[in-house]
Ligand binder design. Sequence first.
Ligand SMILES: NC(=O)c1ccc[n+]([C@@H]2O[C@H](COP(=O)([O-])OP(=O)(O)OC[C@H]3O[C@@H](n4cnc5c(N)ncnc54)[C@H](OP(=O)(O)O)[C@@H]3O)[C@@H](O)[C@H]2O)c1
Length: 328
Amino acid sequence: MIKWGILSTAKIGIDRVIPAILESENGIVAAIASRDEKKARTVATRFAIPNAFGSYEELLACNEIDAVYIALPCAMHAEWAIKAADAGKHVLCEKPISLQADQIDPIIEARDRNGVIVSEAFMVTYHPQWHKVRSLLADGAIGKLRRVQGIFTYNNQDAANVRNIADLGGGALHDIGVYPTVTTRFATGAEPQQVSATIVRDKRFGTDVYASAVVEFPGFELSMMVSTQLALRQEMSFHGNEGWISVAAPFNAGLYDSDTVTLHSADRQTSQTFRFLGVNQYRLQVETFARAVASEKSELFSLDDSKKNQQLIDAIYRAGESDKRESM
Ligand SMILES: NC(=O)c1ccc[n+]([C@@H]2O[C@H](COP(=O)([O-])OP(=O)(O)OC[C@H]3O[C@@H](n4cnc5c(N)ncnc54)[C@H](OP(=O)(O)O)[C@@H]3O)[C@@H](O)[C@H]2O)c1
């Protein structure tokens, strides 16, 4: 059983990650911290969490916890991941763990000098539906992959939301652009080479609210589009010469749609659907993390992987600025 401390009273913690730890077989929630002690106490009471703190520093100093789950505005992730590691805590940090790939190097150094586990919370990589897509591609189920199509959009124009505040690391690519990229890299095992992109910023917020990119991988391309100001939609598909694969709810499985992967034949005559019932990807994420802490076998998302994913996001931003194809 690892003892978790929760850094902030963020919505994602309350809605998904705290309940997932409470359901998990190898973790308990021992503490929560907020900038506002009253908020921390309210959440602590709701989930029967024994310790509540009015500052993040107090939680990091608490001897009752082994690991910290960080769910702060994106611009604060790298700083607090390093502080938590330096306090001797294992760290599961929300995505994106940094706003730029080179900010991940100091996190790697902090991990290594403290001998702790640090991982970016890409819950999708723990969902068996993505393991299924990966094995179908590896087994040649669609022949030669030529194109991946990725879409993640929602419409949120609340000026107070962290996603719309530039100084806090808001923007579509930071918030959701990371998902089509990470799932493409995860499923194919391939790394990108070149990127071209169009990025639209909101004049009010100064953040990117629409980004479309063509990412060239060896032998195939990813065409992706993300937006924080378009109707809700999620889609990932993988198109080959002998068939194609679609994922109904690629990122918010079970919430956006059911957890299903469909393999379509080349001639549209047959299709095979793989269903994943009762999966909680957040629970799988925290259980995998706890196994890694216990030095058990686990496929935990690594900081090297974080760096590669962020290098791609950085390149998309560069391509949007330069209006040219950018190399990785
Ligand atoms: N993996 C997923 O499925 C998923 C889904 C949604 C979001 N996320 C990620 O989780 C993180 C939090 O997202 P969220 O939607 O849950 O955000 P949120 O509800 O706005 O929570 C952010 C929290 O950060 C703390 N905070 C510290 N300084 C702040 C500041 N200057 N302004 C605002 N809040 C501040 C606040 O906690 P206190 O007031 O308690 O200190 C606040 O509750 C983001 O990095 C996001 O990318 C991941």
